[in-house]
Design a protein around this ligand. Structure first.
Ligand code: NDP
Length: 297
């Protein structure tokens, strides 16, 4: 029987555990606070931000909603970040990407105080992750690590293949998997669009993490029996539905499930974990800034 991993259930248990940490912070007079900054009128970005705010409110994190005109000068965004950096009541800052073309997104990431960088994308936090001393692990790969642990998938000694090398998913994912630490100690191969014979790589893996953004590109013929398949991809494809599309992953679920020992679905796999780990990082940030030991799980 293939274990279809329920990302919603794992995310729920992460949120439950955070409840105790938030109580500890409350006892110390601290309400963890996340500021979201949206400089876009893209409906998808608006939806992502409102979901993040709703998640915060559900667990007792205060959400501050800042919206900037997408046509405003870049300096307006940088000044907003400076104000949030200086505000002692704000623990986490999230600038929803993508920002408009006239704003240099790397400058945005560098401008956020690394202590408040709950996405974990500031160069200081990236450096710490690579050095094996992470402060804030990026939410999606951290969520994948939690899912693997919840499904009792052993990473130590496993051959893991990460398909994708982006800064937000593939690179940090590979780093977390090979670190000499719990949830790591795997032997990691990172594949990308120039990889020769991807199927040979995925077919030899014990764990495949698919994060390429190509609908259903990995199917059962590219996998070995008993493999663990983590599908990070979220792709809109045209479909005969009310909305005119449906969401599919980077993995062809049915054929992969026939081979896999464990697999995450899309939706309901990694997506909810990404959202939960943002809450986790915000609580961690509040604890670090107030010097309160919140005993995060
Ligand atoms: P990017 O487009 O930034 O990166 C995609 C990576 O996949 C690149 O490294 C690219 O290679 C590689 N790639 C593309 N095509 C192929 C191919 N045919 N074979 C092998 N490698 C390929 O995407 P992201 O990392 O931002 O996101 C990846 C997917 O994950 C997307 O579907 C996205 O929507 C989803 N996502 C889901 C999240 C969640 O919470 N579940 C969170 C974040 C993202 P190269 O470097 O050579 O171009």
């Amino acid at each position: 029987m293939t274990d279809v991993i329920d990302g919603n259930a794992v995310a729920e248990s992460v949120r439950d555990d955070l409840g105790g940490c938030i109580d500890t912070l409350a006892a110390a007079g601290v309400t963890p606070t996340l500021a979201t900054v949206l400089m876009s009128d893209d409906p998808a970005s608006e939806t992502y931000v409102s979901m993040k705010q709703q998640d915060c409110e559900e667990v007792g994190i205060e959400a501050r909603d800042i919206e900037l005109d997408p046509d405003a000068p870049a300096d307006r965004l940088f000044e907003t970040i400076d104000d949030l950096n200086a505000d002692p009541d704000v623990n986490g800052i999230l600038v929803q990407m993508p920002v408009p073309d006239h704003v240099d997104d790397r400058r945005v990431l560098r401008r956020i105080d690394p202590m408040k960088d709950v996405d974990g994308f500031h160069p200081e936090n990236v450096g710490r992750l690579v050095a094996g001393n992470a402060r804030y692990k990026p939410c999606t790969p951290h969520g994948v690590q939690k899912v693997l642990a919840a499904a009792d998938v052993e990473t130590e000694g496993a051959d893991a293949v990460v398909v994708g090398r982006s800064d937000i998913v593939g690179k940090p994912m590979a780093n977390l998997l090979f670190q000499k630490a719990e949830g790591g100690n795997a032997t990691v191969t990172v594949c990308h669009s120039r990889t020769a014979d991807l199927a040979a790589k995925t077919g030899a893996a014990d764990i495949v993490v698919a994060a390429a953004g190509v609908p259903e590109m990995i199917d059962g013929s590219m996998l070995s029996e008993g493999v663990t398949v983590i599908d990070v991809g979220i792709n809109r494809v045209e479909a005969d539905t009310e909305k005119g599309y449906e969401l599919v992953g980077d993995v062809d679920f049915e054929s992969a499930k026939a081979k896999a020992g464990a697999i995450t679905p899309v939706p309901g796999g990694v997506g909810p974990m990404t959202r939960a780990m943002l809450l986790y990082n915000t609580v961690k940030a509040a604890g670090l800034q107030a010097d309160v030991d919140v005993s995060l799980p």
